[in-house]
Design a protein around this ligand. Structure first.
Ligand code: BES
Ligand code: MN
Ligand code: MN
Length: 462
């Protein structure tokens, strides 16, 4: 596209500084103590969208965090791209594992990012990636190269399950009407191996509670004679996988789509080095479902994982006690065709069924969402592929991701349009972990690639 390189070079420092300012605001959606910061971030996003050339920007209140909506409609007869992103971030915990404070962004180089990376919570997920779209918009409007209509919908509750976005989408079909949805909230294989995410896993997230005796007991006086909820819970959890690491919940795999030999062979072509993978995580072996490769295990296969487990005494020293209660948070990553509500019910029925006598078991469903697969024969995919080819000098590889953006399947259901996932993060960018970062090269490359998507999408729509 005309002048994009020059524009980026000339504005690089400002692009970085603006992102740094956004990253300083701790917009943690999971913790209500940060509500003012969440609102401040929504205001900042609104201002940035106005400055980037949107004709109309508004903050939509919800029962939770506001949704920022912006648009620039240049011609009703031209196609419309709807950009979705989120301005909320994950909690930074555990804080002591960060090398620099999570909301005081610093730039440092890493093995994967020799040109430097911005370290801060939300740098990659998703403020950095969302802001690439704002800057791409600025470039297109400032240089008179916006080829079509654009709408932005930036929410503040993605990290807590997008609880209010569904209603907003359902009540605003006309406002959100579009020809394609564009999201940068995923990753790619490597800086020299561009890829486009073609699938997301679904999710069912539950919390379980096991109650034994009506109070905490002396583990000597009562130990061995009453069910210990922590012992019971861990045993129940252990039973959820068999010796091949298959999930044992009856019916769990009934709707799982089995990929053909050809599709699996195609997937196996993506570059992957098992030794480097193990080295990066400091593990001596990978682990998972028998009969599947690592890349299959983390994308086309469903999983069940404990995300947190607690109960009893965890303070300093020893306390001899049998706790009255034990808890765990469990996530199940689902693949296309598995219905998250059905899976949640299957889990609940099974978990209650395997409870031994002497305890009460409660399953509290949290949230969830469907998986998503995007076709690669659409003009949206073609436009994205062309854009990467021009910007990276290589045709991108289609790749399914293991992560979830549950709202994407609702977009398709409500707005009847496909989503294109143009992610520029790397798996090693530590999203949700301490020391999250986003490569400066990736940030600028994203800003360069996005306008090309608009160009090709508009051309191919004719
Ligand atoms: N951006 C991530 C999802 C993601 C990351 C997908 C990398 C693919 C590659 C998103 O913000 C996220 O964290 N989603 C949650 C689910 C949500 C309901 C909290 C997830 O995947 O755990
Ligand atoms: Mn995200
Ligand atoms: Mn996230």
């Amino acid at each position: 596209m005309k002048d994009i390189q020059t524009y980026i070079t000339q504005n690089k420092d400002r692009f970085l500084n603006e992102l740094v300012e956004l990253l300083k605001i701790p917009s943690i959606s999971a913790d209500s103590a940060y509500k003012t910061d969440v609102l401040k971030t929504a205001e900042a996003v609104k201002l940035r969208l106005e400055q980037a050339g949107c004709d109309f920007v508004e903050i939509n209140e919800t029962p939770g965090n506001p949704i920022v909506y912006g648009e620039k409609i240049i011609d009703k007869n031209l196609p419309t791209v709807l950009v979705y992103g989120h301005y909320d971030v994950q909690p930074p915990d555990p804080i002591n594992l960060w090398d620099s404070p999570p909301f005081e962004p610093v730039i440092k180089t890493t093995d994967k990012h020799p040109d430097g990376a911005i370290f801060a919570r939300g740098a990659c997920d998703d403020k950095g990636q969302m802001y690439m779209h704002v800057k791409a918009m600025e470039f297109m409007t400032n240089t008179n190269q916006l080829p079509c209509n654009v709408k932005f919908m930036i929410e503040g509750e993605e990290e807590v399950g997008s609880v209010n976005l569904g209603d907003f989408v359902k009540n605003n079909h006309d406002k959100l009407k579009n020809d394609v949805i564009l999201i940068s909230d995923t990753g790619m294989i490597a800086n020299d191996v561009p890829s486009i995410t073609t699938g997301l896993r679904g999710l069912s997230y539950v919390e379980v509670e096991v109650t034994g005796p009506n109070r905490d007991l002396h583990s000597g006086l009562y130990g061995g004679a009453v069910a210990n909820p922590i012992n019971v819970l861990t045993k129940m959890i252990a039973q959820l996988h068999d010796e091949n690491n298959h999930i044992t919940i009856p019916g769990f795999y009934d709707r799982v789509e089995e990929l053909s030999k050809e599709e699996r062979a195609e997937m196996a072509k993506a570059p992957f080095n098992l030794e480097n993978y193990k080295k990066a995580l400091d593990i001596d072996a990978v682990y998972g479902e028998a009969g599947y490769t690592t890349n299959e295990r983390n994308s086309i296969r469903p999983t069940l994982d404990v995300n947190g487990i607690w109960g009893g005494y965890t303070g300093e020293g020893a306390k001899t006690v049998i706790a009255s209660k034990a808890y765990a948070k469990i996530s199940m990553r689902l693949v296309p065709n598995q219905d998250w509500k059905e899976i949640t019910n299957l889990f609940q029925t099974h978990f209650e069924a395997i409870a031994p006598e002497g305890v009460k078991v409660k399953v509290n469903p949290h949230h969830g969402g469907q998986g998503y697969v995007t076709p690669i024969d659409s003009i949206g995919y073609q436009a994205a592929s062309n854009a990467y080819r021009d910007a990276f000098g290589k045709t991108p590889i289609p790749q399914r991701s293991g992560g979830s953006i549950p709202i994407v399947s609702l977009f398709e259901q409500e707005l009847k349009s496909k989503t294109i996932l143009m992610g520029f993060g790397l798996d090693s960018d530590a999203i949700h972990s301490p020391n999250e970062h986003f490569g400066i090269w990736n940030y600028l490359k994203g800003i360069e690639t996005i306008p090309l998507f608009y160009k090709y999408f508009t051309e191919l729509s004719k």
